[in-house]
Design a protein around this ligand. Structure first.
Ligand code: IPM
Ligand code: MG
Length: 360
């Protein structure tokens, strides 16, 4: 069998530290399973800007196109905040998503029993929470044209275009219906169809697609209401399907419900389930290099990679179980500490080693 082709992109800020804690975990489960693999390394974002002058350099592009699974750390930092838009670290992330056609973004928001009190909501509202946000990732207002800041009638105007084709809506809807059919069987499509034409089309196409999924119960919700419902009664949701911009916003709110954005993984997939896997949290430049960052979201992203891209669900389970064991044993990084007695506050390296140890 051809070795699994994995690309590691640590990125900026805490990216390198969390990746360093993650790769040994991946290597161990694959080695234990007798699966051969190759791991290449590349730069994206600020690091790539410093070295190549571009946030998504050709070297990285070639490796990314060749890889099956890409594990990514974090992007951005104050050092590059003043760069022009086409040379911002974030532009590198948007470019790799677009280049690889990673249109389906999975953002689960699940809560660990040990961390329920870290949520900003009352424990009864969030305990047992298990939501999956499916966000369209390569279309909508993020990529729509025309877009510019220009001079009109003696003053500057700025504009973007929120545009979706039928086929773009349908393919992400299919992914979301499929996910819902394998989970709780409920799909809530979030739009702003009371105001926007693009959302009306979104709703119409999702309705049409629903006919192919008789076992999934489809509902629709306006995005403002969805934001409210997420913080009012989040457990009403199973799978949420939404567009690029709305998904960006709602997934941050959903992440906060779990009280620990440092715990949440994500997957961005193309039509063949090739994917880029990254923690939902950012680059946390304020603690970078201090051995304080929580690597668990990155480790859990690796588990998602094994599950979705490599079909190694048993190995993915092993990683997820190891993370649960480490939490149950009381190990905490600073971001998730302070909830219970008997906790052991540890750094990035130590918690990574505990996960590794919990695997055997
Ligand atoms: C995310 C981030 C990105 C986005 C930024 C860094 C470009 O906020 O992945 O949610 O807006 O998509
Ligand atoms: Mg975001």
């Amino acid at each position: 069998m051809k070795p699994l082709n994995i690309l590691s992109i640590p990125g900026d800020g805490i990216g390198p530290e969390i990746m360093e804690a993650t790769l040994p975990v991946v290597e161990k489960v694959l080695t234990d399973a007798g699966v051969s693999y190759e791991i290449a390394h590349a730069k994206l974002g600020g690091q790539a800007l410093d070295e190549y002058g571009f946030p998504y350099p050709d070297e990285t592009k070639a490796l990314a196109q060749a890889a099956d699974g890409i594990l990514f750390g974090a992007i951005g930092g104050p050092k590059w905040d003043k760069m022009p838009r086409h040379l911002r670290p974030e532009t590198g992330l948007l470019a790799i998503r677009e280049d690889l056609g990673l249109f389906a973004n999975f953002r689960p928001a699940t809560i660990y029993p040990e961390l329920v009190s870290a949520s900003s909501l009352k424990p009864e509202l969030v305990s047992g929470l298990d939501i999956l946000i499916v966000r369209e990732l390569t279309g909508g207002i993020y990529f729509g044209k025309p877009r510019a800041i220009e001079e009109r009638e003696g003053e500057r105007v700025g504009f973007n275009t929120m545009i979706y084709s039928e086929s773009e809506i349908r393919r992400v809807a299919q992914v979301a219906f499929d996910a819902a059919s394998k989970r709780g069987g409920k799909l809530c499509s979030v739009d702003k169809a009371n105001v926007l034409e693009v959302s009306q089309l979104w709703r119409d196409v999702v309705e049409e697609e629903a006919k192919n999924w008789p076992n999934v119960e489809l509902t629709h919700m306006y995005v403002d209401n969805a934001a409210m419902q997420l913080v009012r009664a989040p457990k009403q949701f199973d799978v949420v399907l939404t567009s690029n911009l709305f998904g960006d916003i709602l997934s941050d709110a959903a992440a906060m419900l779990t009280g620990s954005i440092g715990m949440l993984p994500s997957a961005s997939l193309d039509v063949n389930n090739k994917g880029l896997y990254e923690p939902v949290h950012g680059s946390a430049p304020d603690i970078a290099g201090e051995d304080k960052a929580n690597p668990l979201a990155c480790i859990l992203s690796a588990a998602m990679m094994l599950r979705y891209t490599f079909n190694l669900s048993e190995q993915a389970d092993k990683i997820e179980n190891a993370v649960s064991k480490v939490l149950a044993a009381g190990y905490r990084t600073g971001d998730i500490a302070g909830q219970e007695v008997g906790e052991k506050l540890v750094g990035t390296r130590e918690i990574g080693q505990q996960v590794l140890a919990a695997l055997s």
